[in-house]
Write a protein that binds this ligand. Structure first.
Ligand SMILES: Cc1cc2nc3c(=O)[nH]c(=O)nc-3n(C[C@H](O)[C@H](O)[C@H](O)COP(=O)(O)OP(=O)(O)OC[C@H]3O[C@@H](n4cnc5c(N)ncnc54)[C@H](O)[C@@H]3O)c2cc1C
Length: 331
C-alpha cells in the first residue's frame, strides 16, 4: 500500500482521508488541538460558540446524501432562525431563507469529529517542512522533528498556507498564489441574563460588522444566551495587524450602535482573528494534482468559499486519486 500524508483536519482533509483509507496508509496532520478547521466551536464556561462557519447549505446530491445520514442520527440539524437585515442607515427588514440551512450538533466542529472516528489523525502537529527523502516525501514539524516519509502529500489548508508548505517543485505554485482570501474577526459574547431580541440571526449592512447569530438558538447548544458577531471582511482586512483590544472595542461600539438598549453589557467576551476566512478569488478548478511529484491540494478555495465547496473539492480529488493509486498498485 502507498502511504499518504494529508495536511489539515477540516472538512476537506477528513473527507479525503475517509475516501482513501481503504486503499492507502493515510495519516492526517492537524496543527490545532481539535478537528474541524474553520468549522470551529469553542467552549467558554457555560457558553458554546460556533465562531467560524455558521451553518451550511447542501446544493449537490453528494453533499445532501452525506448530510441526510447524519440528520437521521441527530448529529446534524436544520437551523431555522428568525433572520433580519440590520442596516445602520435603514430600518431592519425580515429576510427569507429559501433553502435548508444546517448546523452540526452539538457544535459545528462535531461533524469532522464524527467523520474522523476511524481515521489516523495526529493533532497539535504543524507540518512545517516537506523535503525529498530516500523513500518519498519527508515531513517535519515546527521543531524539526521527523513526522515520517510518505509517497504522497496532499494539503487541504487554505491556499496561502498550502503555498507556504508545499515544495517549490509543486507544479501549481502560481495557481496557489493567485487565490485570494479575506480575514474576519469573530466576537463571542455570553450573557448571564437573556436579553430579548427580535431575531436569531442578522446580516449587517453599512457597519464594521457583517453578521450576528444567537448561537444558543441552534439545536443542541446549551441554553445560556450566547452571541457570535462577525466583522465585515473588508474592514477586517484593514484591521488585520491591529491590536485585538482595539478591534474588540470597535466591534462592541458598532454592536451598541445597532442594538443599543436591547443588549445589557455582556458577562463574557472573547475575540478570534481568522486570517484566511473567506475565499475572495477562487481557483475555479476542483483541485490541484501534480501526479509526477505526487503532490496535491484541495479545499473550499478551489471552487468557492463554503463548507460544501470544501467537501466537493476533496471528494473529487479522492475519486481521482483512487484511480491513480489502483493503477500504481496494478501497473
Ligand atoms: C468566520 C467564518 C464564517 C464562515 N461562515 C460560513 C458559513 O456560514 N457557511 C459556510 O458554508 N461556510 C462558512 N465559512 C467557510 C467554511 O468554514 C469553509 O469553507 C470550510 O470550513 C473550509 O474547510 P477546509 O477543510 O477547506 O479548510 P479548513 O477548515 O481551513 O481546514 C484546513 C485545516 O488545515 C490545518 N492546517 C493548515 N496548515 C497546516 C499545517 N501546516 N500543518 C497542519 N495542519 C494545518 C488548519 O488548522 C485547518 O484545521 C466560514 C468561515 C469563517 C472563517
Amino acid at each position: 500500500m502507498k502511504s499518504l500524508a494529508i495536511i489539515g483536519a477540516g472538512i476537506a482533509g477528513i473527507t479525503l482521508a475517509r475516501q482513501l483509507q481503504d486503499i492507502a496508509e493515510v495519516r492526517v496532520f492537524e496543527k490545532s488541538r481539535g478537528f474541524g478547521g474553520r468549522m470551529a466551536t469553542r467552549l467558554d464556561g457555560p457558553y458554546r460558540f460556533d465562531h467560524g462557519a455558521q451553518f451550511f447549505t447542501a446544493r449537490s446530491k453528494q453533499f445532501r446524501s452525506l448530510i441526510n445520514g447524519y440528520v437521521a442520527k441527530n448529529q446534524i440539524a436544520a437551523w431555522q432562525p428568525r433572520v433580519l437585515t440590520l442596516d445602520t442607515e435603514e430600518k431592519p427588514f425580515k429576510r427569507e431563507w429559501f433553502e435548508p440551512h444546517y448546523v452540526a450538533v452539538p457544535g459545528m466542529n462535531n461533524l469532522c469529529k464524527v467523520l474522523a472516528q476511524e481515521l489516523n489523525v495526529i493533532l497539535d502537529t504543524r507540518v512545517a517542512n516537506i523535503e525529498a527523502g530516500e523513500k518519498g516525501w519527508l515531513l517535519k514539524d515546527s521543531d524539526g522533528e521527523q513526522l515520517g516519509q510518505f509517497d504522497w502529500v496532499i494539503s487541504s489548508s487554505p491556499a496561502p498556507q498550502a503555498d507556504e508548505v508545499l515544495p517549490e517543485c509543486f507544479a501549481y505554485k502560481s495557481e496557489l498564489s493567485d487565490v485570494a482570501f479575506s480575514p474576519c474577526f469573530s466576537l463571542m459574547l455570553g450573557f448571564e441574563s437573556a436579553p430579548k431580541l427580535n431575531f436569531d440571526a442578522a446580516v449587517v449592512r453599512n457597519s464594521v460588522l457583517g453578521w450576528i447569530a444567537l448561537n444558543s438558538s441552534k439545536q443542541g447548544r446549551p441554553p445560556f444566551f450566547s452571541l457570535v458577531v462577525h466583522s465585515d471582511n473588508e474592514w477586517a482586512q484593514e484591521q488585520l495587524e491591529c491590536n485585538l483590544d482595539a478591534v474588540r472595542h470597535n466591534m462592541l461600539a458598532a454592536l451598541d450602535e445597532l442594538l443599543g438598549d436591547q443588549l445589557p453589557p455582556p458577562d463574557h467576551i472573547t475575540i478570534h482573528r481568522w486570517t484566511h476566512a473567506k475565499t475572495e478569488k477562487s481557483l475555479e478548478e476542483d483541485f490541484l494534482l501534480d501526479e509526477s511529484n505526487r503532490l496535491a491540494a484541495c479545499g473550499d478555495w478551489c471552487g468557492g468559499n463554503r463548507v460544501e465547496d470544501a467537501y466537493l473539492s476533496a471528494l473529487k480529488l479522492g475519486e481521482h486519486l483512487k484511480t491513480i493509486l489502483r493503477r500504481e498498485a496494478n501497473p
